[in-house]
Design a protein around this ligand. Structure first.
Ligand SMILES: Nc1nc2c(c(=O)[nH]1)N[C@H]1C(S)=C(S)[C@@H](COP(=O)(O)OP(=O)(O)OC[C@H]3O[C@@H](n4cnc5c(=O)[nH]c(N)nc54)[C@H](O)[C@@H]3O)O[C@H]1N2
Ligand SMILES: Nc1nc2c(c(=O)[nH]1)N[C@H]1C(S)=C(S)[C@@H](COP(=O)(O)OP(=O)(O)OC[C@H]3O[C@@H](n4cnc5c(=O)[nH]c(N)nc54)[C@H](O)[C@@H]3O)O[C@H]1N2
Ligand SMILES: [Mo]
Length: 758
C-alpha cells in the first residue's frame, strides 16, 4: 500500500497481545503459520484469561484453541463486522468519547451498519444470529481487545476494504492506541515488513514516499544522483510517476501472451524476467504465467534452490539459474512483524559459487553501467547545516552497515532515523535485557524498546512499541493518528479534538503535520535565519532533521495529531462496502452486492470485475467454494521445504481436502485421485483427502506444490540431482481470476471449482 501505517503494519506487537482481554482473529491461522508467535496468544489465555475468537471458513488448528469459533463463508467478513457494529451501536457499547475525539466519519459507518441486522448477516455469511450476538458481546465486553488478521482478509477483490473495516471496528470500540488493543496484522515472510518499508512495490519509492516528482527529487538529492539522469531513464517524464506492473499481473505485459487485457506500458512489452526470491508458482493464473514464461526472451532465476519457473516453462534457451546464497550466508538488518529491527549475523560464508543477493545486484548494476551511482548513497552524510556531502576520506563502503545507515539517513516518513547499524546490533546483542511484555529495556538498554520499533524519530529515540498511544510521551513512543489528508474535509475538522493531547506535549489537542511554513506557528517558536536556511520543506524531506528535533523538544510527533479516517473519499468505496467475490456460490447475492466496475490501466493492466462476475452463474457448473492456504511443514511456493526429505515426508503428495459428506455426494473416497476444474477452463489432478475441518460445500488446497501442470509431470526438467522429494500440481493453476481494486492482490481465497473423480 502506497499510504500505509495501518494497512500493512502491526500497530502493537505479538508480545503486547499478552495484555489483551479478548483476541479476535479474522482469516489467520497462527497456530500453523506463526507457531512461535502463537505462544503469546496462548499466554494471553493462560495469564490474562483472554477470550480467543476465530472467524475462519475452516476449523483450523487455531480455531481448536479458541473459546468461540464462527465458520464464515469466504469473502463475507465485511458483513460480519458490520453485523458486530450493528449490535454494538444498538446496545451503546461503542466508545463515544474516543469516536468523537479521534475518528472522522463514524456516522456513515453507523448508517451502513444499521442495514446489517443479525438476520441479514446470517444469510450472507452463513454464521447464525446467536453466534454473531455471542461473539460480539464477548468481544465488546472484554476490552482492550486486539484484532488480528492475515491473508484470509487480504486475498480478495475487496481485500483493501476488508483491511479498512477491521480498524474501523477497533476504532468504534476505542481499542486503538492502547496496550492490549490495536490491529495486529501477522506479516508473512521473514523481513516482509522490511521489504515493504524499502519499497519493493511498483507504486512507491522506499519508505512509502510514492512516485511524485517531489519524492524523486528528494531521493535523487539524498542519493547524490542528478534528477535529470533519473528522468532520462524513462520513456518520458510522465512515466516516472506511474505505477509499474505488479507481481500478480506481470505476465499480462509479455508479448505473445494471448489475452484481452489491454496493457498501458509505453507502447512496449516485457521481454526479460529477473527473479530474486519469489517462487513464481505462488502466483495465481499459472496457465497464464506459463504462457508468459514461454514467450520471454530472457529468464534469470537467482535462488538457492531450483526455482520451479524453470521447470514450468518450455523455454529452452536463455534460462539462467544463478545460485543465490541464503540468509545464513549474509548479514544485515531485518524487520520483524511489529516494526522492530534486528541484526542478523552471518553464520557461514557463501557456499560453493553462490553469492548473496546484494552481490548479484551489484554485478548486474556494473554490467548495466550504473554501479557507481547505485552505491554512492552509502558513502554520503548529512552535514550540520543540512547539506549532503561525500564522507571525507571514504572511498568504499562497508556492507551492510553503510546500507543501513543510508536508509536511516533518508527514510523519515516512517521514522527510521534512529536505526543506525550500531544501535540495532546493540539491541540484538542484548535482547535478554528487554521485558517480554512491554519490550522495555533494562540496564544499559533502559529507555529503549526492543528493536526500536518504528517510528524511531532520532538517533536517541526509544522506538514506538504501540502506535497511536497518547498515554506515553513522544520521546517514549507516544503519538496521535497521522495527519495525512488535510486539516478539514467539507468543513469537518480532521485534526484530533482538544481532549487528545499526547502526554508531555506542549500543544493541547490536535495539530497539523509539521512543515517549514507552519512550524513557527504550530510550535510557537521563532527560527533563526540560519535554521530557516537549512530546513527542508517538511519533516519528510528535511535533510537537516531540524523539524524533527524541534518537534521532539515540543513533545510532539512531526506527522501531526489527527483523526483516523473511517471515510476514504479517494477510494472507489468511501466506506467499506460488501461486494460478492467474482465467482460467488450465491449468484442471488452477487446481484445485490455486485463487484466493482472493470478498471482499465490498473497497474498497467485492464482488470475485470463486474464483466467477469455478471458473465454467468458459475455456481451451477462449479458448485464448490475453494479456499487456498498454508501447511505448517511447507512454506510459500514450497521448493525449499519439499527439497528436505523429512519435511516432504509429512505431505508427500499434493491434495485437496473436503468434507466426507461432499466426498460421498461426489462418489469420491478418501485417497482417490480427482480432477479439480476452474471457471477459466484449467484443471489439476490431485489426491482427495477427507477432512471435517472444511464445511460440506467447500474445499481447501495448499499452494505449496509445483512440478506438475494440468496433469503433466514436468519434473524431468529439473537439473540432475535437484528434483524435490515431493512434487505436484500448483493450486494456482485453478485459483480463480480476481484482483483487489487497490493493491491488485489475487483473489486466491474464495473462488469456485468442480471436483470430479479422475
Ligand atoms: N508454515 C508456514 N508458515 C507461513 C507461511 C507458509 O507458507 N507456511 N507463509 C508465511 C506468509 S508469506 C504469510 S502471508 C502468512 C499467512 O498466514 P495466514 O494468513 O494465517 O495464512 P493462510 O493459511 O493463507 O490463511 C489464513 C486463513 O484464512 C482463512 N480464510 C480464507 N478465506 C477467508 C475469508 O474470506 N475470511 C476469513 N475470515 N478467513 C478466511 C483460511 O481458511 C486460513 O485458515 O504465513 C506465513 N507463515
Ligand atoms: N493460492 C495461493 N497463492 C498464494 C498465497 C495463498 O495463500 N494462496 N499466498 C501468497 C503470499 S501471501 C505469498 S507471500 C506468496 C509466497 O510465495 P513466494 O514469494 O513464491 O514464497 P517462497 O516460496 O518463500 O519463495 C521464495 C523463493 O525465494 C528463494 N529464496 C529463499 N531465500 C533466498 C535468498 O536469500 N535469496 C534469493 N534470491 N532467493 C531466496 C526460495 O528458494 C524460493 O524459491 O504466495 C502467494 N501465493
Ligand atoms: Mo505472504
Amino acid at each position: 500500500m502506497a499510504n500505509t501505517w495501518g494497512y500493512g503494519a502491526m500497530t502493537n506487537s505479538m508480545n503486547d497481545i499478552q495484555n489483551s482481554k479478548a483476541i479476535i482473529i479474522f482469516g489467520a491461522n497462527p497456530a500453523v503459520n506463526h507457531p512461535v508467535g502463537f505462544q503469546h496468544l496462548l499466554k494471553a489465555k493462560e495469564r490474562n484469561n483472554a477470550q480467543l475468537i476465530v472467524i475462519d471458513p475452516r476449523f483450523t488448528k487455531t480455531a481448536a484453541k479458541a473459546d468461540y469459533y464462527a465458520q464464515i463463508r469466504p469473502g463475507t467478513d465485511i458483513p460480519f463486522m458490520y453485523g458486530m457494529l450493528n449490535i454494538i451501536f444498538k446496545n451503546g457499547w461503542e466508545d463515544k468519547e474516543f469516536i468523537d475525539a479521534r475518528v472522522y466519519g463514524m456516522e456513515d459507518i453507523r448508517a451502513e451498519a444499521a442495514k446489517w441486522t443479525p438476520e441479514v448477516v446470517a444469510d450472507v455469511t452463513g454464521v447464525s444470529v446467536e453466534k454473531l450476538i455471542q461473539i460480539t458481546t464477548v468481544y465488546a465486553k472484554n476490552r482492550p481487545g486486539t484484532l488480528i488478521w492475515a491473508m484470509g482478509l487480504t486475498q480478495h477483490t475487496i481485500g483493501t476494504s476488508n483491511t479498512r473495516m477491521a480498524p474501523i471496528l477497533q476504532l468504534a470500540l476505542g481499542n486503538m492506541g492502547k496496550a492490549g488493543g490495536g490491529t495486529n496484522i501477522l506479516r508473512g515472510h521473514d523481513n516482509v515488513q522490511g521489504a515493504t518499508d524499502m519499497g519493493c512495490l511498483s507504486d512507491s519509492l522506499p519508505g512509502y514516499y510514492g512516485l511524485a516528482e517531489g519524492s524523486w527529487k528528494y531521493f535523487a538529492k539524498s542519493w547524490g544522483v542528478d534528477f535529470e539522469y533519473l528522468e532520462k531513464q524513462f520513456k518520458d517524464k510522465s512515466w516516472m510517476s506511474k505505477n509499474g506492473f505488479t507481481l500478480a499481473r506481470w505476465w499480462a505485459g509479455v508479448e505473445g501472451v494471448k489475452n484481452d487485457e489491454a496493457i498501458e506500458n509505453a507502447g512496449t512489452h516485457l521481454k526479460a524476467l529477473v527473479v530474486l526470491g519469489n517462487g513464481i508458482t505462488s502466483i495465481a493464473q499459472q496457465a497464464k504465467v506459463k504462457e508468459a514464461l514461454d514467450h520471454l526472451d530472457l529468464i534469470v532465476l537467482a535462488d538457492p534452490f531450483v526455482n520451479e519457473a524453470a521447470v514450468l516453462t518450455d523455454k529452452k534457451d536463455n534460462v539462467f539459474l544463478l545460485p543465490a546464497a541464503t540468509q545464513f550466508e549474509t548479514s544485515g538488518l531485518v524487520v520483524a512483524t511489529n516494526r522492530s529491527a534486528q541484526w542478523r549475523y552471518k553464520v557461514v560464508e557463501p557456499l560453493y559459487e553462490s553469492k548473496p543477493d546484494q552481490e548479484i545486484m551489484f554485478e548486474l548494476a556494473k554490467r548495466l553501467g550504473f554501479y557507481d551511482l547505485y552505491v554512492k548513497g552509502m558513502m554520503m552524510e548529512e552535514t550540520k547545516d543540512g547539506k549532503l556531502q561525500m564522507i571525507p576520506g571514504k572511498t568504499t563502503f562497508i556492507w551492510p552497515e553503510d546500507a543501513c545507515n543510508e536508509i536511516a539517513r533518508i527514510v523519515k516518513t516512517i521514522g527510521l532515523t534512529g536505526w543506525t547499524a550500531e544501535r540495532v546490533k546493540k539491541h540484538t546483542d542484548n535482547w535478554h535485557m528487554f521485558d517480554e511484555l512491554t519490550l522495555e529495556g533494562t540496564g544499559p538498554m533502559k529507555g529503549e524498546y526492543y528493536g526500536l520499533p518504528w517510528p524511531c524519530w532520532t538517533k536517541t529515540h526509544s522506538g514506538s512499541p504501540n502506535l497511536y498511544d497518547t498515554s506515553k510521551p513522544v520521546s517514549m513512543g507516544g503519538m496521535g493518528f497521522r495527519n495525512n489528508f488535510g486539516l478539514e474535509k467539507d468543513g469537518v475538522n480532521l485534526l484530533a479534538e482538544k481532549s487528545v493531547t499526547v502526554i508531555g506535549s506542549k500543544i493541547q489537542g490536535g495539530h497539523a503535520e509539521i512543515t517549514k511554513d507552519n512550524i513557527e506557528k504550530v510550535l510557537g517558536i521563532t527560527l533563526s535565519e540560519e535554521e530557516k536556511a537549512m530546513m527542508g520543506a517538511n519533516w519528510k524531506v528535511d535533510n537537516s532533521n531540524l523539524i524533527v528535533q524541534k518537534c521532539m523538544e515540543a513533545g510532539i510527533a512531526p506527522y501531526g495529531n489527527a483523526k483516523a479516517r473511517a471515510i476514504v473519499w479517494n477510494f472507489p468505496d468511501k466506506i467499506p462496502m460488501h461486494r460478492e467475490p467474482l465467482h460467488s456460490p450465491r449468484p442471488d447475492l452477487a446481484t445485490k452486492y455486485p463487484a466493482y466496475a472493470d478498471k482499465a490501466n490498473h497497474f498497467r493492466v485492464m482488470t475485470k470485475y463486474i464483466s467477469v462476475q455478471s458473465a454467468k452463474d458459475y455456481s451451477k457448473e462449479f458448485p464448490v467454494n475453494l479456499v487456498t492456504g498454508r501447511l505448517v511443514n511447507l512454506n510459500g511456493a514450497g521448493v525449499e521445504n519439499r527439497a528436505s526429505k523429512y519435511l516432504a515426508a509429512l505431505t508427500p503428495e499434493m491434495f485437496i481436502s473436503f468434507n466426507p459428506d461432499l466426498g460421498a455426494s461426489l462418489g469420491v473416497k478418501d485417497g482417490d485421485m480427482v480432477w479439480v476444474h476452474s471457471p477459466e477452463g484449467t484443471k489439476i489432478k490431485v489426491k482427495a483427502k477427507y477432512s471435517h475441518s472444511v464445511a460440506p460445500n467447500m474445499a481447501f488446497m495448499p499452494f505449496h506444490f509445483a512440478g506438475h501442470f494440468q496433469g503433466e509431470d514436468r519434473t524431468a526438467n529439473f537439473p540432475a540431482g535437484t528434483k524435490p522429494f515431493a512434487n505436484g500440481e500448483s493450486a494456482n493453476t485453478v485459483t480463480n481470476y480476481g484482483y483487489d481494486i487497490i493493491t491488485q492482490i489475487p483473489e486466491t481465497k474464495g473462488g469456485l471449482c468442480r471436483i470430479e473423480k479422475a
